[in-house]
Design a protein around this ligand. Structure first.
Ligand SMILES: Cc1cc2nc3c(=O)[nH]c(=O)nc-3n(C[C@H](O)[C@H](O)[C@H](O)COP(=O)(O)O)c2cc1C
Length: 332
């Protein structure tokens, strides 16, 4: 059954635009022109969601929302505030009063639709993307130009998604000392770490926790000597630990990271899509190692060749990769 949305705005043109967009997306629409109508319509019609303009005659959106939240008949209906104000104070107040989100004017239709779907629980959970970067080149990085295009569209689709950025080429990683490595063998034997070993493992566990907290992953890396940069390998040696990311069972190893997607953006000096494919040790290695811990839904976006055929081809291939990255985010 189609979900019912109550749209409240005193501006007829705005109301019309929103209604048409939502009807085209198979929602049932109830329209309200005045604040007083919102409260009575919400009580009688029990919509699944209310879109409420912040400035309506007969009460601002906030005072109407206050009434909705105080009435037991309407208090559970999610409300999204529509506002022309970009003030953070205003947005914080809307959330404090019980709004689930706000939509800024002028509208980006796609963002509005995505926010509505999120409020109705129609999109999957995507609150945190862990972006693991393995190039030290910052603004000069070709890889990061492509990743940025992915992130921009992902945040339009999942409007509450935050990006946790970890640059393993810049941020120091814990060394795999003898104490750390012997802890790994303790875990492999099925025992618990001692207090002493736990101390040595503090930073390792911190990285594992950060990795597991993410709903999805984006990896950005250049090809270095036909494979991954050593800093990324170091990171993998830190986080790939038994009991946390995988375990051995009588029927073989089992990955413990379930139902998480990954996008890997790479850039390469040469082109490994054809004759040189067998020299690409990045993609097969990363597919295997992440598959081992349970991440099997992996999309590769490779910008190549970046150095071998000059600047014109480099620019073209970056644009092509950006376009694939945007589409990948849209369907993520
Ligand atoms: C240490 C090092 C090793 C590299 N090894 C390769 C390689 O094996 N094959 C290749 O095609 N390009 C290689 N390159 C080139 C980079 O992959 C290429 O310039 C890439 O676009 C750099 O990405 P970035 O700008 O995001 O750092 C290497 C570059 C460096 C610095």
């Amino acid at each position: 059954m189609a979900k019912k949305i109550l749209v409240a705005d005193d501006d007829k043109v705005v109301l019309d635009v929103i209604s048409r967009l939502l009807k085209a997306n198979n929602y049932d629409i109830i329209e309200a022109f005045s604040g007083m109508r919102v409260v009575s319509l919400a009580s009688n019609e029990k919509p699944d969601l209310i879109l409420l303009d912040n400035f309506m005659p007969s009460g601002t959106g906030f005072s109407i929302m206050d009434k909705l939240k105080k009435s037991p008949e309407t208090s559970e209906i999610p409300v999204i505030i529509i506002t022309g104000s970009s003030s953070k104070q205003m947005h914080d107040l809307a959330l404090e009063l019980g709004a689930v989100d706000f939509i800024g004017k002028p509208f980006d239709m796609q963002v509005m639709l995505n926010k509505i779907k999120e409020a109705l629980g129609e999109t999957k959970k995507m609150e945190k993307l862990l972006h693991i970067i393995a190039t030290p080149r910052g603004e000069d990085s070709r890889t990061l130009k492509v990743s940025q295009a992915f992130i921009e569209n992902l945040q339009k689709k999942f409007t509450k998604c935050s990006i946790d950025e970890l640059n393993v080429a810049v941020e120091p990683l814990p060394p795999l000392t003898v104490k750390v490595v012997s802890g790994k063998y303790v875990l492999l034997s099925g025992k618990e770490l001692s207090q002493e070993q736990k101390k040595a493992w503090r930073d390792i566990e911190r990285h594992i926790e950060r990795f597991l907290l993410a709903d999805a992953y984006l990896l950005s890396l250049p090809m270095w000597n036909f494979s991954i940069p050593y800093t990324l390998k170091h990171y993998l040696d830190v986080i790939l630990q038994p009991k946390y990311l995988f375990r051995y069972t009588p029927s073989g190893p089992e990955g413990l990271v379930k139902n998480k997607k990954m996008v890997v953006v790479t850039s390469r000096g040469g082109d490994y899509s054809d004759a040189m494919r067998s020299a690409d040790f990045q993609e097969p290695y990363l597919r295997f190692v992440f598959g081992f811990v349970g991440i099997t839904d992996i999309t590769f976006i490779n910008a190549q060749p970046m150095d071998a055929l000059g600047l014109q081809i480099q620019a073209e291939r970056i644009e092509e990769a950006k376009s694939i990255a945007r589409k990948t985010a849209d369907s993520f």
